[in-house]
Design a protein around this ligand. Structure first.
Ligand SMILES: CSC[C@H]1O[C@H](OP(=O)(O)O)[C@H](O)[C@@H]1O
Length: 367
């Protein structure tokens, strides 16, 4: 998407530098910084410490990390070591394993001297596929927004609520939950987006930054305001991303998503999830019981990172000295609370049958 008039993907290969470039999201929205990742360790650090984040982007980054390692050492041992090192960076988003497995399956059968080139080409393909998947999720989500708009007086905005950042910084481009918003905006459908701040990493600030950069009307609200807004009839639909969706339609997403889904159900507000097919884990049926929930550092909760009054970026301690923090980074929304899964192929029912019907060619695939 565009930043100050310049189009960016969140990750790309700079052919002049012959380096992989990323937007270092640790400093967004206050500082826009592009850095290169040139070693396997740098890729692992970037994923683990959320220089890059978001399920689809984590997968694409892992693929480029594999490619950079193959350029250094394309042996089986190096490939397996890279797989292990990258896979252990973050446990919840299934796109990480999906991308690494896809790379290893494609590269292992190749002669060693062909692997580096093939790995880079595959990373490009995974990135390009993500862009097209997300563009199509946007078109399928646009239809829902159109239907809501048609039921409103002319000019009255469709009011969407979203949680965390499932926007273009969480993917290679377009975003997943934000893609329908961009398509609606381009079509001239008036929308307003309630953006949950999403403690503790405040990815909602990123969503507000990207929507604001695109001229989309939005409000940056506290995490706890969403239920009240729904109760007051101020939300027409909720749309979030997902880090792992089970074969039965349970949705694992940023912590707090489950609470929004409960409030949406209680207030008759449709709750949609933007779901790229690589984010489906066909091997898991019970999300609450089976999906590993990342436990992140306490400091992310006991301190807050932001722009200080002198304009620099820094931390302030929000918790009292000595108070331990708890920081589960995701939760699971059971399929029964999900109105529909907006995929690149269409809107699927949040059920085993619904996903099997939408993806008959993928169901049962070992993740
Ligand atoms: C398009 S997937 C985005 C998904 O990833 C985020 O998690 P994190 O920022 O910790 O990588 C969040 O769950 C978003 O919905």
């Amino acid at each position: 998407m565009k930043v100050n008039g310049t189009h960016y993907r969140s990750i790309w290969f700079d052919h002049d530098l012959s380096e992989v470039r990323i937007i270092d999201q640790r400093w967004l929205p206050h500082r826009f910084e592009v850095v290169s990742l040139t070693t396997l360790d740098a890729f692992a650090t970037a994923i683990r410490d959320m220089w890059v984040r978001g399920a689809p982007l984590i997968g694409a980054t892992a693929a480029y990390g594999m490619a950079i390692e193959m350029a250094r050492d394309a042996s089986d041992a190096a490939m397996n070591h890279a797989w292990d090192k990258l896979h252990t960076t973050r446990p919840t988003a299934i796109n990480l394993k999906w991308a690494l497995d896809r790379c290893r399956a494609a590269l292992l059968p190749l002669p060693v001297d062909e692997r580096a080139g093939a790995a880079l080409q595959l990373a490009h393909e995974i990135a390009d596929e993500d862009v097209e998947i997300n563009r199509n999720i946007g078109l399928n989500g646009l239809e829902i927004i159109r239907q809501i708009a048609a039921r409103k007086p002319a000019g009255e905005p469709v009011r969407l609520l979203t949680h965390c950042n499932a926007g273009w910084p969480a993917t290679v481009d377009w975003g997943t939950a934000t893609s329908p918003m961009y398509h609606a905006f381009e079509e001239g459908i008036p929308i307003h987006v309630w953006v949950d701040e999403t403690r503790p990493r405040n990815q909602g600030a990123m969503t507000s930054w990207e929507l604001g950069s695109h001229g989309i009307s939005h409000s940056y609200i506290t995490d706890n305001a969403g239920g009240h807004l729904m109760q007051q009839g101020m939300v027409d639909m909720v749309i979030t991303g997902t880090d792992r969706t089970t074969a039965t339609g349970d949705v694992c997403n940023k912590i707090g998503t489950y609470l929004k889904a409960l409030a949406a159900r209680d207030n008759g507000v449709p709750f949609y999830v933007a779901l790229p097919s690589p984010t489906i884990d066909w091997t898991v049926r019970d999300g609450v019981a089976e999906i590993p929930i990342e436990d992140r550092p306490e400091r992310e909760v006991t301190f807050a990172l932001g722009k200080l009054t002198d304009g620099t970026i820094g931390e302030v301690q929000v918790a009292p000295d000595g108070s331990p923090g708890g920081n589960p980074a995701f939760d699971v929304t059971p399929a029964r609370l999900v109105t529909g899964l907006i995929t690149e192929r269409g809107v699927a029912e949040a059920s085993e049958a619904g996903l099997a019907k939408m993806f008959p060619d993928l169901k049962g695939r070992a993740q």
